[in-house]
Design a protein around this ligand. Sequence first.
Ligand code: 5AD
Ligand code: SF4
Length: 460
Amino acid sequence: MLGPKKKVYIKTFGCQMNVADSEQMAQVLADAYAPTDRPEEADLYLINTCAIRRKAESKVRSLLGSLQVLKQRRPHMLLGVGGCVAQQEGERLLAAVPHLDLVFGAHGICRLPEMVRRAAQGRRVVDIELAREFPPQPRRRWAPGAVKALVTIMQGCNNFCSFCVVPYVRGREYSRPPREIVTEVADFLAAGGKEVTLLGQNVNSYGRGLPEPITFTELLRQIDALPGLARLRFATSHPRDLSAELIAAFGELPSLCEHLHLPVQSGADRILQAMNRGYTREDYLQKVAELRRVCPGLSLSTDIIVGFPGETEEDFQGTMDLVRQAAFDQAFSFKYSPRPQTRAALLPERVPAEVQAERLARLQNLLNELTFKAHRRLVGRDHEVLVEGISKRSPEELCGRLRTNQVVNFSGPRELVGQLVMVRIAEAHPHSLKGIQAEGCSITWPLAADPQAPQRRVSC
Ligand code: 5AD
Ligand code: SF4
């Protein structure tokens, strides 16, 4: 008889793409390892890493250092590092960390079971080979009750923004065949799933290089047409490649949520040019205006870097001004961090750390104000919420998101998890909303198995 399965603990740093990759790691290992959320009982401990900023990389290094103690207590435990830091460092990481067994890059996930077998035989393994196409994926098994899915549609990036390490650690851009993506989403919907987020470093260029090229918007149309899909999202978009066709889709596709993450990075043309972004602040603002025309309720989020080499106070004021004009609902902002191999790392005129910190603080004050203002605008109105789980703040409350991506907490029975409900927004907080389930209001969603059912029925 087979004994109990061994356990794998996966610690994930970084973006949604890494979260999706970690899910894939768990799946390819599932025959031999059951996932655990308790690192102290792991037989295999994997760290999925991010190299986007130095801070992210330092966190990995300090975690690796602290794991020496666990490894001494559990000598049979295998320790592996995957993702962008693994890709960047390869053999160097193995040499620097004696208690490390396994280093694998972004494209090595499908070979993980074989690598783990070799590591279990006492060999130290490095696999950082980059593929020249989107690697074939095993058919995904969806956990019963899964509400949301992250679906990777492409990997790598060809853009070479001068600050960004991604093209070096995730390789060139390859799109996944559309049929595979559509099947994966259809399987998820058949298992009762409601929301799908399509992932890629630059989804707007999806389809280039495929034997039968297809635009990203066409892929969205195919997915939107699948029965049972309540919400469709995607990340990340490059403003330069945001086509008129894709902008129009926000007014056309019923499942496409009224939210777009559109990283602007800077509001100064001089800096955008030095970043190799391929658009001006005016191009960006024009696309935002067109998006808001097509989809008036659109919520817009962005990424901004402050203190890029050579950024003057005037350039920074350009960013502050653009932020006010675009009226972002949410934003992620960072101090520029020099990355290995990137062109910007060689630029002179580094902005001193204290100037970066001071600009970041001013920017974040403004962004927080805008987010809070956007939250206050929602108060008093009813909104559709997809209930994702129990609130982290209180076990009495449920937690979900609006189509426009804001987090809402409200009281309700646990049976609502996974359901779409109407919620009246009662209070705005800086980072979330508080709501009350709108009385007598429910949303009936047709099961994927019943494609004839009306697409959506709201009864109040
Ligand atoms: N320094 C600071 N922020 C960076 N980002 C990417 N590279 C760097 C860097 N070297 C930010 C960008 C990107 C987000 C994912 O991370 O804003 O959109
Ligand atoms: Fe990095 Fe630019 Fe590619 Fe985004 S588009 S992953 S910022 S190189």
